[in-house]
Design a protein around this ligand. Structure first.
Ligand SMILES: Cc1cc2nc3c(=O)[nH]c(=O)nc-3n(C[C@H](O)[C@H](O)[C@H](O)COP(=O)(O)O)c2cc1C
Length: 196
């Protein structure tokens, strides 16, 4: 079984790459679906090497690449679009306000949104990583709606108490905390621990 990673067009595309990297390094399988607008954001933030799901995966070590499958955003025959296909859960990272709104309304008009709908209806773990600032009342109401369905709302807010020295360290910490949400344990410096 795989974890589904939905990549939408909010800022913070690097978080999806780091999550895929860590999940596959931990031996997990990953199914990726990326929106068209996520490609635009990826191009803007990370350059052409990350502008498609295929290019993101090509940045991984070969052993990790074998653990990844990619689905087209409109391939409704993809197994992740069906509840009978078992998964370990899903993360939408980063989650745009557009995708958040669609998922909160049950609007399954692309495979990312459909996979999220399936994850909720099957009672599986769904983590969304919403990126916007400031949030307006519409965003907040959509998040509340999803939270009431058991969805974990995990905004990518740095943990200053972890004393990150670089943006990458802050990103790594966030991704480690997302892995905690998924029940995937990777060693990292936790609060109150002297090592690991
Ligand atoms: C460089 C860039 C950064 C963006 N950042 C955000 C963001 O942080 N949050 C957000 O909700 N939308 C952001 N957007 C706008 C979304 O990409 C846009 O609403 C898009 O339609 C989302 O579609 P999707 O959810 O299907 O990917 C950004 C767009 C660009 C080009």
């Amino acid at each position: 079984m795989s974890f589904v990673i939905g990549i939408s067009g909010a800022s913070g595309i690097i978080l999806s790459y780091l999550l895929i990297e860590k999940l596959t390094a931990a031996g997990e399988r990953v199914s990726i679906v990326m929106t068209r607008d996520a490609s635009l954001t990826a191009q803007q933030e990370l350059g052409s090497d990350f502008a498609t799901a295929e290019r993101i995966v090509s940045q991984l070590p070969p052993s990790s690449q074998q653990r990844v499958e990619i689905f087209h955003i409109h391939d409704f025959m993809a197994p992740i679009a069906s509840g009978s296909h078992q998964t370990k859960g899903m993360v939408i990272v980063p989650c745009s306000m557009a995708t958040m709104a669609a998922v909160s309304m049950g609007l399954s008009d692309n495979v990312l949104r459909r996979a999220a709908d399936v994850t909720i209806k099957e009672g599986r773990k769904l983590v969304v990583v919403p990126r916007e600032a400031p949030f307006n009342s519409i965003h907040l109401e959509n998040m509340l709606k999803l939270s009431k369905c058991g969805v974990s709302i995990f905004p990518p807010i740095p943990a200053w108490y972890a004393h990150p020295k670089t943006l990458r360290e802050a990103e790594e910490y966030l991704v480690n905390r997302i892995l905690d949400q998924l029940g995937v344990n990777v060693p990292y410096q936790r609060w109150g621990s002297s090592s690991e």
